[in-house]
Design a protein around this ligand. Structure first.
Ligand SMILES: Nc1ncnc2c1ncn2[C@@H]1O[C@H](COP(=O)(O)OP(=O)(O)OP(=O)(O)O)[C@@H](O)[C@H]1O
Length: 623
């Protein structure tokens, strides 16, 4: 049964959408009204639904976070800083990907449970098609910073929330994700959220700029602002170009500025600035520069391309046992034989493969990495083998060389080889045997000289016996098999923690210390996600740490939970956390939750009561 205020909201949304043409003025801004209309007429959503948002299953969330690893790593510090600025007003902060899936989430422990019940939680999905008008969804559709305040929300389940959100774009102008600050309580007046929206938009721009500077570091980069003091710290415009002056990347403000001034984005930096004047901006000092043929000067600084960092950086030192594997694998590789690397996810298979390439005779050649599980099955063939112009509908008019050709003279790293479709396995086998590639639609084959390293976290031998992996390919790929130990078994864990901590804290400038208690927890934790998880945990801890030493409380609850729970502290017990997480994931439904936990419904009821878990719809679990 809907409460009176929810019923009133549902009536209002339905009336406004149905009678839009007859109403003198909608009670909400037009952006919100358009989204209400789509939610009802296009997505056929029910505004009266009180269900929380869908939550990704753990494996799916993991996959999404892994896919967005670089984005999350770059954004992590800013997400923490924004949370630090708004936490005292009881806001939580979320970072989503371009599909509205929450990848990172910061919330004070005081309000954590309330936020979870309201759907503000890691893994929640906020697309318009599923949840209707809400902060993240409205940014995804409008591509602009917005506040979706209380009754602006489409669904009655969210009318207490206020959400301010802003988009983050990659240097090519594609949406990378959304930054959001939400609160469970706020004044009714939407204008009360103006400041928070500004803060969220600033944080989104800071992440966008950091991502830009990282992605474009090997090109010429111009930073600009109308005030000289901000050029370095908070540049408004960022542009990157290559040695030939081709414009390669722009942040969103630069993209808008160029469109405004030139009607479109020019292809060459010489169409934006006078090249002589640009060349005179030297020494990386801030100087003035005029737009080409346009009034208005900018304060700019130009950074020359950075040389790629030496590839044998200490950041990827290997476990002593793995070093031994590596030494032997280099010998195998130098005889041009393939190497198969196996290990749990996140154990460092790609890192190992890169080291192997860099220590082999092919180190001057390219290293091309392909994740067979990440490319949709219908694209994997063209990605690998390439195609000629017009080979199929939608093919680029210039054709595409394909990754096998790009790896010519170097190493091809096929990650998650167990996910390669059977038909392609046959073609790959042929390439390995004959050294010839036939792009889609091509009449002739092309000779390539590649050396293959494959990796998989699956048991390939089991896949062979199930008929899902070709036996001949399995034997051909696995001339040398290297098995990487999981992090929990590594003997260099302490050194690895210190090294990663130095990298993750303050971007590596000053390393944070770590308390003995926190270190002990890190050393004894099970690390199901291996080095990748350790890296994420340290990034998170560095972001939330207030002082210069990481404390136990800075570690995420799933890591410290295993260690710190005392029986008396029911609310911090790891079991409570596990049960609570499962309930939330399954929308508080007892049967699927019990099934996921591998216990009976009766046991679930008992544990919920014993662990003092407060159910939102208590009746459902007490019958
Ligand atoms: N020896 C190491 N030193 C520092 N960082 C490492 C090391 N090994 C792995 N990492 C980090 O862990 C993360 C995962 O590494 P990598 O991608 O090599 O794992 P993987 O085993 O290939 O994972 P998956 O099975 O999911 O593809 C990366 O962020 C990488 O930087």
């Amino acid at each position: 049964m809907l409460a009176a205020n929810s019923r009133e909201h549902v009536d209002c949304v339905s009336r406004v959408v149905r009678n839009a043409d007859r109403l003198p003025q909608a009670p909400v801004p037009s952006l919100i009204f358009d989204s209400w209309r789509r939610s009802m007429e296009q997505h056929h959503l029910d505004p009266g639904s009180l269900q929380g948002p869908r939550i990704l299953s753990e494996p799916l969330l993991k996959e999404c976070r892994e896919r967005a690893e670089l984005f999350m790593r770059i954004a992590s510090e800013e997400v923490g800083q924004l949370h630090h600025r708004v936490r005292h007003a009881d806001y939580c902060v979320m970072l989503t990907d371009a599909q509205g899936q929450t990848l990172d989430h910061r919330v004070d422990s005081r309000i954590r449970n309330d936020c979870r019940k309201a759907g503000l939680y890691l893994g929640t999905c906020w697309s318009e098609a599923e949840e209707g008008t809400c902060g993240v969804a409205t940014v995804l559709t409008s591509k602009a910073a917005v506040t979706v305040h209380k009754r602006d929300h489409f669904r009655a389940a969210f009318i207490d929330l206020t959400c301010s959100a802003a988009p983050i774009f990659d240097p090519q102008g594609n949406l990378l994700g959304v930054m959001d600050a939400s609160a469970l309580q706020s004044p009714d007046d939407r204008r009360s959220q103006h400041l928070v929206r500004q803060m969220v938009a600033q944080s989104a721009q800071a992440i966008e700029n950091a991502f830009f500077m990282h992605s474009a570091r090997q090109h010429w980069v111009l930073q600009a602002h109308s005030t000289p003091g901000y050029v370095d710290s908070q540049p408004d415009l960022l542009l990157a170009w290559d040695q030939d002056g081709r414009l390669l990347a722009l942040n969103s403000k630069a993209r808008q500025a160029l469109r405004r001034r030139f009607g479109q984005v020019p292809a060459h930096i010489g169409e934006v600035f006078d090249l002589d004047a640009l060349r005179a901006v030297t020494d990386q000092r801030t100087q003035q520069l005029n737009w080409l043929g346009e009034p208005g000067a900018l304060h700019v600084r130009v950074n020359p391309p950075q040389r790629p960092r030496p590839r044998t950086a200490p950041s990827t030192q290997l476990d002593p046992r793995v070093e031994e594997h590596l030494r032997l694998a280099v010998r195998v590789k130098d005889r041009n034989l393939p190497v198969l690397v196996q290990g749990e996810t996140g154990a460092g298979k790609e890192v190992f493969a890169r080291q192997l390439h860099e220590r082999s005779a092919r180190r001057q050649g390219p290293f091309v990495a392909v994740n067979c599980a990440a490319i949709p099955e219908n694209l994997i063939e063209s990605e690998l083998f390439g195609y000629v112009a017009g080979a199929f509908t939608g093919a680029s008019s210039k054709g595409m060389p394909g990754l096998l050709v790009q790896a010519d003279g170097g190493t091809l790293f096929l990650d998650e080889i167990g996910d390669m479709p059977l038909a392609l396995q046959t073609r790959l086998l042929r390439v390995m045997a004959e050294g010839e590639v036939a792009p889609l639609g091509a009449a002739k084959t092309r000779t390539v000289d590649i050396q293959v390293i494959c990796a998989s976290h699956r048991d390939l031998a089991a896949l062979v016996s199930e008929g899902r992996f070709r036996e001949d390919l399995y034997f051909r790929l696995g001339c040398a098999r290297v098995s990487l130990p999981p992090l929990r078994d590594r003997t260099d864990k302490l050194a690895l923690i210190h090294r990663l901590l130095a990298q993750e804290s303050h971007g590596g400038a000053v390393s944070l210390g770590i308390s003995q208690a926190a270190l002990e927890v890190l050393l004894s934790y099970g690390w199901p996600g291996n080095v990748r998880q350790l890296r994420h945990v340290l990034a998170y801890a560095c972001a939330v740490c207030d002082g210069d030493t990481l404390q136990l409380a800075d570690l995420p609850v799933e890591v410290r939970g295993e260690q710190v729970a005392a029986p008396a502290e029911q609310s911090a017990s790891p079991e409570r956390q596990v049960v609570l997480d499962a309930l939330i994931r399954h929308r508080w439904k007892p049967s699927p939750t019990a099934q996921a936990l591998g216990i009976s419904r009766a046991t679930l009821y008992r544990r919920v009561n014993q662990l003092g878990i407060d159910m939102p719809g208590k009746a459902s679990l007490t019958q």
